[in-house]
Each structure stands twice: as structure tokens, then as C-alpha cells.
Design a protein around this ligand. Structure first.
Ligand code: S5P
Length: 364
């Protein structure tokens, strides 16, 4: 039963996706199961909020198609902050088309999501090929990147060391294919490690896990040391499936939700969790991370007050209800934090509440 299990234990369960394991360890070390939904419309607003709340979150969720000036500055800026403040980037793209189309939406166009977002999400209404198509596109992108790095190594052009090791591809607009220009390929060391991880995943993950256990054990005493031991995120991509929604009258219920779980189980080498309103792990071996939007807290000093909706269909629950009663793992908060006067302080308040709820659930 993953509900009663600590995140560090879950990180070490067999068959845990490397990115999920990384995220679970990161959550424990930073003591945060809070994801910020950074629904802002300019690059500077995005980078400002990332900087302000980065210490309090494990994940930052974007909607890049609402950023009016999205470009290199956005990708590089976010990458630098994520690396410094230690969080994963999740593009809330909600893919929902035939396999061939979603592959292009994931890897091409102005956003080239696969390059910079470790995590993205998809609806399953088009059928399971949406998952296999995105999985194949992610694998191709990583393989192309690693091939170009191998070329680079054999050619022997060293990269500046400041530009490596963060699990993202380069920040150029050329996408991830090897166009022969190795000067566009940072992350040299990281991808050598990643290539080994992809080819011989059992051996290298076992090795890594020993170190990670020590890292999380150290977290209580020395967070910085633990973060250092955790290292960079793996060069891997993960998918969340939308199994349930928070909005009033949505259709993601019953048999649809069940189908989503079945598809996730069939592809747990790529699907790391769900967007859902409650924990959907039910079979032995299930270890999906439940990420839950529609989360809000009453303002400080008005604790008894009920938080309801936004007048546009959104429905809110408290972190305590989502995590303790519903068994959710990561809470996703947008306007609750974005509209606060002191956003850093408000993010900390959400972090504390969500972490306390997790500790209550697992009996820590
Ligand atoms: O069911 C859902 C799924 C998602 S990803 N309900 C949601 O609200 N979301 C997203 O979470 C939504 O697109 C928005 O970015 C965020 C919630 O924002 P908030 O301001 O209501 O906290």
C-alpha cells in the first residue's frame, strides 16, 4: 500500500522510473510535495516567480502557450533557476491527438517541449497510442542527443563545464536532432552517464540508489549535502496521465479513469503518475505519483473558512483533504500562491501544510 509508505521507500521500489525516483528523493530532501502552477503570461513574470518560490517547491508547472514572449530566454532562464533551486519542470500541455500529431507537438514547433520539460501530461481519450507515440518521441530525442554527444566526444571538443548536467537538452531553437553542430550541445558529462543508464538500467540504477538512500538519510542533518549527493536529474522524460479533473462536471470518471490506470500500468516505463483527485494505486506493483490540482487554503487567520471555486468551474480542496483523505502525493497550486502579496511566504505556508499532511498520512 503506497499510501502508508514513505516517499523514500517508494523511490526504491523495483521498477520505479528513474525520473520518479529522482522526484521522490528530491521531495524528501527538500521536504516539499508542492508544485507551483506558474500560470503567468510573460517570461520575466515566469522567471521572477520561479526565483521567488523555487526553494519551496519540488516541481514547477508551466503553460508555455500563454507566455507572450516565449523563446530562448524562457528556456535558459527557467533551466538555470531549476538547476540552482532544485525543482523539475512540468509542461502542462495536456496532449490529446493522434500519435503522429502529438509527436510533432512534443518535439517541434516554437516550444520543442521535449527539450526542456522533464515531465508533461496527456489525455487518454485518443486511445493508448498517444502514450506510445510520446514515449517513442522522447526516446528518439534522447538517443539523438546522446549520439550527437558521442560524435562530440570522438571529435574531442570539450564543452564549457558551466553548461552541463541538468537533464535538459540545449537551449537552442534547433531542436534535439543532430545537425552536426556540436557547439550547440551542452550537458556533455550528464549524457554520458545517461547513455549508460539507458542501456544498462538495472545495474546503474542499483548503484545510484545506494548513494541516494544515503542522501535522503542525510537530508535531516544537511540538506545541501543531500542535494549534492542526489545530483542532477536523469536525462529521462516522464508522462502524467489525466485520470481525473478538478473542474465541475468533467467527464473523467468511472470507466474512463479505470482505462487510464490500465494504460498507465502497460507503460509504467514512461508514465510516472496521474493528474487525479485521489490516489489510484490499487494493485501490487502500482507506484504512480498522484499530482493534484484544485488546491487552495483559506487566507491566514481565516482557517475555518471554506475554499470553494473560481466562478469558472474550478473546484478547490485543501492540501490536508487531498493528501490525508484522498491519498494524493503532490499538490499543485496556482492562484493560491500567485495572487498572494508575499508569494514566497505563501508558498512556504502551502509547503508546510502539504508536508505536514504527508507526515500525518505516513505516520512520520
Ligand atoms: O484537473 C485539472 C488539471 C489541471 S493540470 N485541474 C486544473 O486546474 N489543472 C491545472 O492546474 C490548470 O490548468 C491550472 O494551470 C492549475 C490550477 O490553477 P489554480 O490557479 O486553480 O490553482
Amino acid at each position: 500500500d503506497t499510501r502508508a509508505m514513505s516517499f523514500s521507500k517508494r523511490a526504491n521500489l523495483p521498477n520505479t522510473h528513474p525520473l520518479a525516483a529522482f522526484l521522490l528523493h528530491l521531495i524528501v530532501i527538500k521536504r516539499t510535495n508542492l508544485c507551483l502552477s506558474a500560470d503567468v503570461t510573460t517570461t520575466s513574470a515566469l522567471l521572477n516567480i520561479a526565483e521567488e518560490v523555487g526553494d519551496s517547491i519540488c516541481m514547477l508547472k508551466t503553460h508555455v502557450d500563454i507566455i507572450s514572449d516565449f523563446g530562448e530566454k524562457t528556456v535558459r532562464g527557467l533551466r538555470d533557476i531549476a538547476r540552482r533551486k532544485r525543482f523539475l519542470v512540468f509542461e502542462d500541455r495536456k496532449f490529446g491527438d493522434i500519435g503522429s500529431t502529438v509527436q510533432k507537438q512534443y518535439t517541434a514547433g516554437p516550444f520543442s517541449i521535449v527539450r526542456w520539460a522533464a515531465i508533461t501530461n496527456a489525455h487518454i481519450f485518443p486511445g493508448p497510442a498517444i502514450v506510445t507515440a510520446l514515449k517513442a518521441a522522447a526516446a528518439d530525442a534522447i538517443a539523438a542527443f546522446n549520439r550527437s554527444v558521442e560524435t562530440e566526444i570522438s571529435v574531442g571538443t570539450p564543452r564549457p563545464s558551466s553548461d552541463e548536467d541538468d537533464g535538459s537538452f540545449d537551449g537552442s531553437s534547433e531542436g534535439v536532432s543532430n545537425d552536426g553542430d556540436t557547439t550547440k550541445l551542452p550537458l556533455r558529462k550528464r549524457s554520458i552517464v545517461a547513455a549508460t543508464t539507458i542501456e544498462s538500467s538495472t545495474e546503474s540504477t542499483t548503484l545510484e540508489r545506494g548513494a541516494l538512500d544515503e542522501a535522503t538519510a542525510q537530508a535531516e542533518n544537511d540538506r545541501e549535502k543531500a542535494l549534492e549527493a542526489l545530483g542532477s536529474p536523469p536525462l529521462a522524460r516522464g508522462l502524467l496521465l489525466l485520470a481525473e479533473m478538478s473542474s465541475e462536471g468533467n467527464l473523467l470518471t468511472g470507466a474512463y479513469t479505470q482505462k487510464c490506470i490500465d494504460i498507465a500500468r502497460d507503460h509504467n516505463d514512461f508514465v510516472i503518475g496521474f493528474i487525479a483527485q485521489h490516489d489510484l494505486n490499487s494493485k501490487p506493483g502500482d507506484n504512480f505519483i498522484t499530482c493534484t490540482p484544485g488546491i487552495s487554503l483559506p487566507p491566514p487567520g481565516q482557517e475555518g473558512q471554506k475554499v470553494s471555486g473560481d466562478g469558472l468551474g474550478q473546484q478547490y480542496n485543501t492540501p490536508h483533504k487531498a493528501i490525508v483523505q484522498e491519498g494524493c502525493d503532490v499538490v499543485i497550486v496556482g492562484r493560491g500562491i500567485l495572487s498572494a502579496k508575499d508569494r514566497a511566504a505563501e508558498a512556504e505556508r502551502y509547503r508546510r501544510e502539504a508536508w505536514k499532511a504527508y507526515e500525518e498520512r505516513v505516520g512520520a
